[in-house]
Design a protein around this ligand. Structure first.
Ligand code: NAP
Length: 252
């Protein structure tokens, strides 16, 4: 199995891509430390991972708190003896407005949740991987980090997701020699609560922007995260892997 006996943190695990990844990684043999704010949803995802045969703990918290990043790593070390990787995936879209109409609060919230949290995660996780002498980190960016794909009002979100790609390339360069791989995953529109699930008009519009004329299922994104975290990707680092039905190459 691709993640057999590997201990992996997943943030944003209470729904969407992260929840699907938890089930997939559980089937691949991982021990899981699952993070998000909503404890009952997170516990439900952890219970499903355990049903798949994994050891899984739910650790509710807020990724904008640097102590939470440390707590997730501490738990991996205490309960499972160390950390092998993380899928740093929590994120929000925020208000979809042009920057000139966007509140400072919304800008700060999106940057804190999507980008500053990625720095906190790296700062907590990398020492644990250095201690292990190997490891892999995946950060969820977005196609919006390289192209808005025809969507309007993405100023804060696009800045946060482009920032993740810059952070990932620096981390990959800094730690390649130490055996730590770091990659960004750039999903296209994906059918999740954040992706418009439950709003058929929004889903149809987003699907129409993709050259494939459909959105991704969360499992199609989680499979790519699994690949990047596994030993099938041992020469892959510093990449910004698009899994986006072609939306980032079409000039809208
Ligand atoms: P989702 O179902 O809304 O999941 C977002 C996850 O992030 C939830 O588990 C949420 O949990 C968690 N989260 C949000 N703010 C948090 C905070 N402050 N602290 C801790 N956890 C927090 O959406 P998704 O589509 O699966 O999104 C996953 C990632 O994919 C995000 O980074 C998103 O930007 C990215 N992405 C999505 C799409 C798409 O079309 N769906 C496309 C490209 C990229 P709680 O609410 O329980 O905290």
């Amino acid at each position: 199995m691709d993640l057999e006996n590997k201990t992996i943190i997943i943030t944003g695990a209470s729904s969407g891509i992260g929840a699907t990844a938890a089930t997939l990684f559980a089937r691949a043999g991982a021990n899981l430390v699952l993070g998000a704010r909503r404890s009952s949803e997170l516990e439900r995802v952890a219970a499903e991972a355990r049903r798949q045969g994994a050891r899984a703990v739910a650790v509710p918290g807020d990724v904008t708190d640097p102590d939470y990043a440390d707590a997730l790593v501490g738990l991996a070390q205490k309960d499972f003896g160390g950390l092998d990787g993380a899928f740093n995936n929590a994120g929000i879209v925020g208000d979809m407005l042009p920057a000139s109409e966007m509140s400072v609060e919304n800008w700060n919230d999106v940057i804190a949740t999507n980008l500053t949290s990625a720095f906190y995660a790296a700062k907590a996780q990398i020492p644990a991987l250095l201690h292990r002498g190997r490891g892999a980190l995946v950060f969820t960016s977005s196609f919006v980090g390289v192209s808005n794909g025809g969507l309007s009002g993405m100023a804060a979100y696009a800045a946060s997701k482009a920032g993740i790609i810059g952070l990932v390339k620096s981390l990959a360069s800094d730690h390649a020699e130490a055996g730590i791989r770091v990659n960004a995953l750039l999903p296209g529109g994906t059918v999740t609560p954040a992706g418009g699930e439950g709003n058929p008009e929004a889903l149809a519009f987003i699907a129409s922007l993709h050259p494939m004329k459909r959105m991704a299922a969360p499992a199609e994104i989680a499979e790519a995260a699994l690949f990047l975290l596994s030993d099938r990707a041992t020469f892959v680092t510093g990449s910004a892997m698009v899994v986006d039905g072609g939306i980032s190459v079409r000039l809208a």
